[in-house]
Design a protein around this ligand. Structure first.
Ligand code: SF4
Length: 94
């Protein structure tokens, strides 16, 4: 009888906690900034850290936030740099 009570209690607890997590997940959901992924796709992807960031994803985040300049990425080719600058100019207000 004690085992059945324990199993029922665990099922109820699991259900309640699952509901709380589901509600919290919807309430606190943050829309991801797709610009970071777009810029990351244009960067060379060497993850060399030459730009002072831990990798290209960190650089992409800082480029989008305006904390870094694309000139900091030396491996990036000039035409790609222009492409990234143009993309950021076109999507600055999002
Ligand atoms: S310098 Fe360029 S290639 Fe290297 S980590 Fe930074 S963004 Fe990536």
């Amino acid at each position: 009888m004690a085992v059945i009570k324990a199993v029922l209690l665990m099922l109820i607890l699991g259900g309640v906690l699952g509901m709380v997590l589901g509600i919290a997940g919807e309430k606190f959901y943050v829309e991801p900034d797709t610009r970071v992924d777009d810029v990351l796709a244009m960067l060379p992807g060497y993850n060399c850290g030459g730009c002072g960031n831990p990798g290209c994803s960190g650089m992409a985040e800082k480029l989008v936030s305006g904390e870094s300049k694309i000139e900091q990425c030396r491996p990036c080719k000039p035409d790609v740099k222009e492409k990234i600058k143009q993309y950021l100019a076109e999507h600055s207000g999002e």
